[in-house]
Design a protein around this ligand. Structure first.
Ligand SMILES: Nc1ncnc2c1ncn2[C@@H]1O[C@H](COP(=O)(O)OP(=O)(O)O)[C@@H](O)[C@H]1O
Ligand SMILES: O=c1ccn([C@@H]2O[C@H](COP(=O)(O)OP(=O)(O)O)[C@@H](O)[C@H]2O)c(=O)[nH]1
Length: 237
């Protein structure tokens, strides 16, 4: 099968890593995801990954109620560091070398984000996992994906999430919603389709960086998205 993309940024939803569980990392889900990532990495595709933290943060969210927003956001960013370490470990078990770089300095645990070093890792065909989002509160890991994607000069952002694409309305609330196979950034932003936040959409639009939204639960979806095949929804200029 022909590979269309040489360098991609994969955004893995933290919440989707929960699988059927209420919170935390579902073992079967992370193993399956890791197998798919390993397959793509072994084809020589340069892979940068941004991982979310919703799965861990959700477990502690009741205790964070009424908490200062910025403090809660720092907790969320730390949750993404845990997911990044879990993913690095799982990839290692599948023979894939991965490096974690964090936007927040936690020197004893992970190396800090250094752009040229990350680029070098990619050239060496090591998977680079970006932890701690953008390092700033009031942002999301989707925005971190757009930012790191632009910095790494990737050809596309692949968003693996709970839904299998972008719908005319939130499919969890509206059973009549239909899926787009392609949509422009302007349309996605003006229709306020909330599958991704507006900051992330706007950053990708300005950098002319397409986004492919697909289901994390659909076997083979990542491979098809990397091959440039019709999978989920493609957001384009
Ligand atoms: N128009 C839409 N199309 C698809 N999903 C939507 C839409 N509007 C809202 N959603 C919701 O967005 C969610 C995915 O976004 P989000 O929770 O931010 O994902 P992630 O955890 O991957 O960052 C889905 O659970 C879906 O219910
Ligand atoms: O640049 C960032 C990225 C993430 N977060 C925090 O980390 C949490 C986890 O990230 P996200 O919700 O994007 O993860 P996902 O939805 O993919 O599980 C967010 O809710 C924010 O509180 C943040 O403050 N700044």
């Amino acid at each position: 099968m022909a590979i269309s993309y040489k360098r991609v940024l994969l955004k893995l939803s933290g919440e989707a890593l929960m699988g059927e569980d209420a919170f935390g990392i579902n073992r079967a889900t992370i193993i399956r995801m890791t197998e798919e990532i390993a397959e793509v990495a072994k084809q020589g595709v340069e892979l940068a990954i941004v991982i979310g933290g919703g799965n861990i943060f959700r477990g502690i969210a009741p205790g964070a109620q009424g908490m200062d927003r910025a403090t809660a956001d720092y907790m969320g960013m730390l949750a993404t560091v845990m997911n990044a370490l879990a993913l690095q470990d799982a990839l290692k078990n599948h023979g894939v070398v991965a490096r974690v770089q964090s936007a927040l300095n936690i020197d004893q645990v992970v190396e800090p984000y250094i752009r040229p070093k990350a680029l070098r890792y990619l050239e060496e065909k090591k998977v680079v996992i970006f932890a701690a989002g953008t390092g700033n509160p009031f942002f999301t890991t989707d925005t971190a994906a757009a930012l790191r994607g632009a910095e790494m000069g990737v050809e596309i952002v692949l968003k693996a999430t709970k839904v299998d694409g972008i719908y005319t309305a939130d499919p969890k609330k509206d059973p009549n919603a239909t899926r787009y196979s392609r949509i422009t950034f302007d349309e996605a932003i003006s229709k306020r389709l909330e599958v991704m936040d507006a900051t992330a959409f706007a950053l990708c639009r300005d950098q002319k960086l397409p986004i492919n939204v697909f289901s994390i639960n659909k076997p083979g979806a990542l491979k098809r998205a990397v091959a440039g095949e019709d999978e989920g929804t493609l957001v384009h200029i």
